[in-house]
Design a protein. Structure first.
Length: 115
């Protein structure tokens, strides 16, 4: 029964990951693809559990907060600038607990080609 529950948790974690990444349904016709799917499911569950352990928060709550982080592209004086939005205190704490370095405010600056 425990093995079945663990398998169900793995499948649920993979579904959550697919929904988060907006991946289309996956169908398998070969053993190699089935093994790959199981491997990704186990990695998804491991990642989910590690996030929960490091943050002491449910995975969904953590992801809901981190999904608010966005990057926007602006054009200013012939330059394309990619800039992230403001990080709030909760997001800062989550990034610290996950040992992720806070991304810089300006992620990229490109000069447009004047052809």
């Amino acid at each position: 029964m425990k093995a079945y529950k663990d398998l169900k948790d793995v499948g649920k974690a993979f579904d959550e990951l697919k929904n988060f990444l907006k991946i289309r349904p996956i169908y398998h016709r070969t053993d190699k693809r089935v093994k790959g799917h199981v491997y990704v499911c186990i990695l998804a569950l491991l990642l989910k559990r590690l996030i929960e352990k490091k943050t002491d928060e449910p995975f969904n709550k953590t992801m809901q907060e981190l999904e608010k982080l966005k990057a926007n592209m602006l054009e200013f004086r012939g330059k394309k600038i990619i800039q992230r939005n403001q990080i709030n205190n909760t997001q800062k704490q989550l990034l610290e607990s996950l040992e992720i370095i806070e991304p810089p405010k300006v992620l990229n600056v490109e000069t447009k080609n004047q052809s």
